[in-house]
Design a protein around this ligand. Structure first.
Ligand code: 13P
Ligand code: 13P
Ligand code: MG
Ligand code: MG
Length: 367
């Protein structure tokens, strides 16, 4: 066992190029420069800037632990500065979209940006997979995280490898009540599924091996619940550690060979398949989608990030992409009809209620 480090992935949509399509290269350039200054000042060990669609991703390593006000404040200030100096002057679309709070208050959670953080002791070799998705919500990770850490038909190691055989502990957040619950798998797998099958409400936030080893962290913010209205989807991020007593990298990627249906897509109001893509295709087009996910692989040594390996840049995921396109096409034919369009509970946070309000007075008692 080695030294303790923290990996923080903090992201925000602060304006984009051509509607909600992608981050502007000048936004990335400025974020790179500001993060390099933070590394040179000693606050960060290392960093990477990337994007998934219109979401700017700041991947940082440091020794300040999870929920550090210095690290969160750094990310907040970068999002603010890039908004002021790039998004606004270039009139990028929805400049500063996810920055819902007026001023930074010590922890970026609940202020709009998404956060996934994991503090751990570096092992002899520590592979890490970082996921980012666009045009969907944090509950989109429920299905793949369950497959990776609880389903032996996905993760052979759960059966074969004695160091995984004991199973994993899941922390689930009820995003409406702000309450969380811990459930152990495999013993409580049915209880876990009873909750996380409702991904709009119950969201996996952390996963530990039974002996306490931190295994995964996911972002959980729901913008509409913070703002009370539709602002954009809460395009989520997730960090998963792999190998040596954890699922192998291939087991971590395996669930994405099935492009499961998630909520998001056009106007955050539609169900669609989650398409695994390389970075060069991490940009949404058709009907502002279909929703996308990228996976970046790293090795970490003393907090320094080796990588990324662009893990979905592989023909092994061609079939998933083709299926995603077929499913997208099939769903699109439903137009405004459910289940392509989200159900009424979810639509409450869109502009649809305004339209319904207009019709209210025209209803009369049925004969
Ligand atoms: P506009 O009203 O600016 O077209 O925004 C619609 C939209 O993109 C919903 O997220
Ligand atoms: P984002 O959440 O990615 O900004 O997308 C919003 C949207 O309305 C797309 O149609
Ligand atoms: Mg956007
Ligand atoms: Mg987005």
């Amino acid at each position: 066992m080695g030294e303790k480090i923290t990996v923080s992935l903090i992201k925000a949509d602060i304006g984009s190029l051509a509607g909600h399509h992608r981050v502007h290269p000048k936004q990335m350039e400025m974020a790179e420069k500001l993060l390099a200054e933070a590394r040179d000042s000693g606050l960060l060990l290392d960093f990477r800037v990337f994007h998934c669609g219109d979401d700017l991703q700041l991947l940082m390593t440091h020794r300040r632990g999870e929920n550090s006000s210095e690290i969160h404040g750094l990310a907040w200030n970068i999002f603010k500065e890039v908004t002021e100096k790039v998004s606004k002057p270039l009139k990028l679309y929805a400049a500063g979209q996810d920055l819902l709070a007026e001023a930074f208050s010590g922890n970026i959670k609940g202020m709009g940006p998404g956060v996934a953080e994991l503090e751990f002791e570096e092992r002899g070799a520590d592979p890490l997979v970082v996921f980012a998705a666009d045009k969907t919500e944090p509950g989109a990770w429920n299905y793949p995280l369950y497959k990776i850490f609880a389903d032996p038909f996905n993760t052979a190691g759960l059966v074969i490898d004695p160091s995984l055989h004991g199973g994993f502990k899941f922390v689930i957040l009820d995003v409406f009540e702000g309450l969380e619950v811990e459930l152990n798998c495999p013993e409580e797998a049915y209880d876990l599924l009873a909750l996380i099958g409702t991904p709009s409400r119950y969201v996996i936030s952390k996963i530990y091996r039974k002996d306490g080893l931190p295994a995964a962290a996911a972002s959980t913010s729901r913008l509409s619940l913070i703002a009370g209205r539709y602002v954009g989807k809460d395009d989520p991020v997730c960090i998963v550690r792999a190998q040596h007593g954890l699922p192998a990298v291939g087991e971590v990627l395996e669930p994405f060979a099935f492009p499961h249906i998630v909520a998001g897509w056009m106007r955050g109001s539609h169900h669609g398949p989650l398409m695994p893509v390389p970075l060069k295709y991490a940009q949404c087009t058709r009907f502002d989608g279909p929703p996308r996910v990228v996976a970046l692989g790293f090795q970490i040594h003393s907090g320094i990030l080796e990588g990324p390996a662009d893990l979905f840049d592989d023909p092994a995921f061609d079939l998933a992409r083709q299926r995603a396109n077929e499913v997208a096409d099939f769903l699109r034919r439903h137009g405004l009809f459910m289940p392509h369009r989200l159900g009424p509970d979810e639509m409450e946070y869109t502009t649809l209620p305004k339209v319904l309000e207009k019709l209210k007075d025209r209803f009369r008692k049925a004969q």
